[in-house]
Design a protein around this ligand. Sequence first.
Ligand SMILES: *Cc1c(COP(=O)(O)O)cnc(C)c1O
Length: 216
Amino acid sequence: MSISKNITTLIKDIPDYVQLVAVSKTKSNEEIMQAYHAGQRIFGENKIQDMTRKHEELPKDIQWHMIGHVQSNKVKYMASYVRLIHGIDSLKLLKEINKQAQKNNRIIDCLLQIHIAEEESKFGLSVDECQQAIERAKDLPHIQIKGLMGMATFTENQNQIAKEFEGLKNLYDQLIKQNIPLEILSMGMSGDYHIAFQKGSNMIRVGSKIFGPRNS
Ligand SMILES: *Cc1c(COP(=O)(O)O)cnc(C)c1O
């Protein structure tokens, strides 16, 4: 299968309202351009340095999403162009993004990463920390909290994955009921995006299913 066919197949497989982030981490410009020529414009990277290089080298109508863990001291390298930051997991990071966005005269869209997996290893805020971050973000005029992001446990157990996604969707709905204007629920990857959109995801982050396996 080719990258462009994979994209076309995937698009047919997901509902219209679900946005596809093509996760291009470790992939070459040539591979990304194959997806681009198939119509894909949203790409996700997990290293700021790689994303910035690709942003400089590739067409300017690509929207770059930072999906990885972000170190505060590197925010400045992407603040001028990043379209959406998925992995916000601290207030400190929010403040730094606000500061760098201000320098660039922009408002940067952010998602709060919520810890939904069983594994300790995964990053993310607890429900309480999420509520706090939303409160504090009201004083940060150069960021906009657009929604939530989560990663399920890496497991074969579909029920567990479904439960974790359901938990995140419930939190998302609760916040909307509290008049917090969220619009993006980023959950689902190559192995679990079907479960994710059944559970209410409207943004999936898919890498290997488009570009094939990664070596690193
Ligand atoms: C790598 C990555 C993905 C994509 O993973 P695949 O299983 O290759 O689809 C999605 N989200 C995050 C946060 C990632 O780091």
